[in-house]
Design a protein. Sequence first.
Length: 131
Amino acid sequence: MTRHYQSQQASPAAPVLEITALTPDRVRRKTLLALVDSGADCTVLPEDLLADIGAFPFRTRRVKGVTAKPPEEWEEWNVYLLFVEVEGAPVGDLIEVAADPRGDEALIGRDVLNRLVLELNGPAQITSIIS
């Protein structure tokens, strides 16, 4: 079982896990903490982090966030094809990771979460991956 304490930067505290993005050749990598977001369709990482490891956009994707913006106001973000590890454990095949051009979003969406068994212990403020 891997454990990670919840982020105290959010109020109330929010579940976070360590995520590592690896280029398709698995040579270059970058690790950071990301919000566990079961409401997000896809995993999102800062675009500058992906540029730092020399990743190249695979395609684009229209995103809207949690607001009820009409489709004409959705943003076009780059998508990168990457391997992903959560708390040091690989999550399988290549994942399409959306890149936040503002650089302030790092979240683990259902595309990755649906491959894991998690336990959220709110009172103890611990998020665990159950092996």
